[in-house]
Write a protein that binds this ligand. Sequence first.
Ligand code: AMP
Length: 607
Amino acid sequence: MSMFSAMGLGDLVCKSVDGLGYETPTPIQEKTIPAILDSDRDIVALSQTGTGKTAAFGLPIIDKINTENRKIQALILAPTRELARQISSDLSIFAKYIKGFSVVPIYGGADVYPQIKSLRSGCHIVVATPGRANDLIQRRVLDVSNIRWLVLDEADEMLNMGFKEELNKIISQTPDGKQTLLFSATMPREIVNISRNYMSNPLELTIGTKNAGAENVKHLFYVAQARDRYLVLKRIVDVNPDIYGIVFCRTRNETKEVASKLMDDGYNADTLHGDLTQPQRDYVMSRFRSKNLQILVATDVAARGLDVNNLSHIINYNLPDELEAYVHRSGRTGRAGKEGISIVITHMREHQKIARLEKMIKARFTKMNIPKGEDVCERQLFHLIDKVKATKVDHIHIGRYLPSIYQKLETLSREEIIQHFVSVEFNRFLEYYKNAPDLNASSNKFSRDKQRGRERDSWNERDRSKKYSSDGPQPSRDRSFGNKGFKRFFINIGKKDHLSVVDLIGLIKKRTHNRNIKIGTIDISKSFTFFEIESRAAASIVNDFKGANFNSVDVNVETAQNESNPNKGRFDNPAEREPYKAEHKRKKRSKSNDSKNVGHRKGKRNY
Ligand code: AMP
């Protein structure tokens, strides 16, 4: 008898559990499965993501479902469409041997009519995001008045995402006698309120300590100047050549910017944020899941529902505003018994936050020295050697070339061959990190500033196919005009048109039909933008953009006149001067307003 059937689960469910290779129940399953099978008591379970929650509630509910009755018997609410789809697919697998069983996922961001059709043809379990569930209850398509189980999965996340009102409305439509199962990784006051208001005498199960991070995660932090964050991120990635992880940013714009820089700098990275369409998200996620992508740059919201078990690293590019989100972030590594590393890049004034995090997760953070250039080079060198050693030789296919290769190399000794061969790959790292500055926050500021510039330049050298500055667009007043070999252009769209650096790069590549075009500095202002294009591709730019459109705005590109003489009137082109003056005035105005409105602006975030 398996441990699952010993808990009281029926044969058909146990058979699929067997097929999945689950041998022993996880701690949350051990506590929850009997409690659902044997009682109607509400449950509040504190448990991290990746602990086997889906089977913890899914197996006993499926076991107790009456398949003869086509009315909805269980409603499972989850914060994101990805999680809703994931849960639904897991439940189908658990119920694979149960004849006639049906589960329907419903979620926003997708055509509602197929979902309505599925609901109308009857099902036993609905897995839904709160917004879509509430919508379909209002339209009287989703009937939750007879459910026996209500599951609130990742309840804290649903509240963080602003679904409080929807949750209240949905719960008010459900019957009194149901069993409510609330799962949450953290226990903020709102969750306590939900359990007080909507649950009667719930059984409180805690797996691990409240708000604690996963046990096998090491928490590390690096202290750098805030403006060096990106360079520190690169060092961290460079000393971990096999990294497979998520870089968490705070806002959608930061996500786009960091991902765009990483991609431009030649890393295998991509981004997940709220602006992507569903097919785009699915594409990025499937590349990441299949490890074709090493680094995913994401916001907290976008990364929810991404179920990946073997991440090596989580990097907090910026700490979340709500520190509790750190528990979710770090809980994405160290899953399924594996070790994981969660890294925080902080600046000097954030040490209080680290202390608060330590208290919250009941674990220590280790302060790490930001790797120096030589550390990176050494790590990369040995990684290269290990890779070479582990590479299988295809004797059949390479065999016929070998005699000529041996002949070509015959003048070199064994040692010389090794030296040359290793240098092919390694020189670019040596070159880039030659004289690389110490980025640890306490180091000498002057030499660091001087050398940081050098580091940027040599990095651009490293990937000659891309010229876009690795440190992103500079503010207008600091920017030197006219990168050598580049021509500067004015375009009549900017931040107010929701133009981002990534958008503009995409637009340029699309209009020029040239994926490899070299793009220099991009400087986006509120209502217009300047960008640089390599001189040899610049002649046709104005024409290429004729008839272009961005977010329903007719686009107009003109040559900026001043590359050759930076000291002469900066804006020889009147079209360039006027909007700049207007922008300058606006900035001055908004600067004085900013100081008055700090409180209001602080709470506003992009995802
Ligand atoms: P969840 O927390 O439901 O997202 O589950 C996390 C991962 O653990 C999923 O990949 C499950 O397939 C896996 N899992 C769940 N329960 C068990 C178990 N008892 N034994 C082994 N793996 C499990």
